[in-house]
Design a protein around this ligand. Sequence first.
Ligand SMILES: NC(=O)c1ccc[n+]([C@@H]2O[C@H](COP(=O)([O-])OP(=O)(O)OC[C@H]3O[C@@H](n4cnc5c(N)ncnc54)[C@H](O)[C@@H]3O)[C@@H](O)[C@H]2O)c1
Length: 498
Amino acid sequence: MAGTCIFAEIYDENTNVYKYYSDGAWNVSSSGKSVPIINPTTRKTHYKVQACTQEEVNKVMESSKAAQKLWAKTPLWKRAEMLHKAAAILKEHKAPIAECLVKEIAKPAKDAVTEVVRSGDLVSYCGEEGVRILGEGKFLTSDSFPGNERSKYCLVSKVPLGVVLAIPPFNYPVNLAVSKIAPALIAGNSLVLKPPTQGAVAALHMVHCFHLAGFPKGLISCITGKGSEIGDFLTMHPGVNCISFTGGDTGIAISKKAGMVPLQMELGGKDACIVLEDADLDLVAANIIKGGFSYSGQRCTAVKVVLVMESVADALVEKVNAKVSKLTVGPPEDNCDITPVVSESSANFIEGLVMDAKQKGATFCQEYKRDGNLIWPLLLDNVKPEMRIAWEEPFGPVLPVIRISTVEQGIHHCNASNFGLQGCVFTRDINKAILIGDAMETGTVQINSAPARGPDHFPFQGLKDSGIGSQGVTNSILMMTKIKSTVINLPSPSYTMG
Ligand SMILES: NC(=O)c1ccc[n+]([C@@H]2O[C@H](COP(=O)([O-])OP(=O)(O)OC[C@H]3O[C@@H](n4cnc5c(N)ncnc54)[C@H](O)[C@@H]3O)[C@@H](O)[C@H]2O)c1
């Protein structure tokens, strides 16, 4: 299904390689080289994408700059109308895009469809929100500042930044791409997308939906290739006016190398789940399963460490184990709960954390089992701070439980992390929940629910190594604009009388 029907032109039949998108057309790279995309389930090459050259990046930057100048002159209502059109096309063609997500990143089939539909909704929401917030400015008068008469009128508006570079991660290659594309476009910017290798073909299909919606040529581009060849070249390119990145530690390196441009960085997390004695343990167990194991734990906001009061730890672990035993394990095509992790190196990394915990005496609630990239869900009890898994992000279906004797111990563990994305607290006492939430150094705290990124219009931000800036539809639109003031200087003060 993928690469066929309306998507035929994005695929080069002669070489069996997907094309890249620049200047409003689908192209084959002059490098003559391709990058393989390995299906995590079969561990065989499933798709190939173009290995673009630095020369091609330069051309994309040029056309992107030219296209932005015209786009900025396109009325806001028209920009919004085009986004609504792209959203509808995206949702209409959810099936072939979802199929790519199943094959490239082993996302369970049902979740893959949900990702595409959610992405369409996000694009539409950006159109609506952009019309409201960009259609409004500010009007200031000079007489509020001491020593001034009412002789200056200041008109403040939000204007585009220019060319926005978007780099999403593998785990939501469509949703986390549109969460950058749509705010950039509604705000009058052009956009260059560098998709993750795993997920690139889903992203190319998604970009084609924008192409079909009729956006002007050059306004959106999608460059594929090896990070080593074009990664730094793109992020340090003088033509880039803003970088919106989601991913792991790579983002820290990019932040240090990038020029003087606004950065939006959504990085890793080690989301803590603090469980008090009075918590509803059935609710906690359900949220630990959903939060810790959905998409095999490969979510930035997955529950990545449970900090439970000793007095209720046995009961909670028993409830979670009962639910773990019901999780289905297998291929994404069968909609299994636990599917292969994205790559062999990722599976090896997870295994390293598990073996370290074993050596240091963690209690294995299930037998550790792995077949290729498929890792069976595992709860590790009695994890101690000296174990790597107490601090590191496994990005897999392995969840550590640390037993605590005071709430302060839980807060301390959460705050000692170099990450600060989200956290959650389970208690029936709302006053305690507020105090604990305030004490947790994280961008968001969820009370009585697992961490989550959505709904997509909520602000979303990480502290410390978890990021810079805030996302969510409104914040992203604002972030992708700058303020412009126009001051009208009157020859003599003027005061309105009514
Ligand atoms: N905070 C959030 O919102 C959020 C959301 C999802 C995932 N994540 C994080 O993402 C990580 C998993 O995703 P990943 O493995 O794709 O992350 P990653 O950092 O390995 O890659 C992210 C993106 O950067 C690109 N990249 C790699 N090297 C580059 C370079 N030198 N220059 C430019 N781009 C380069 C990759 O191709 C990919 O598109 C986890 O740490 C997870 O917590 C964070």
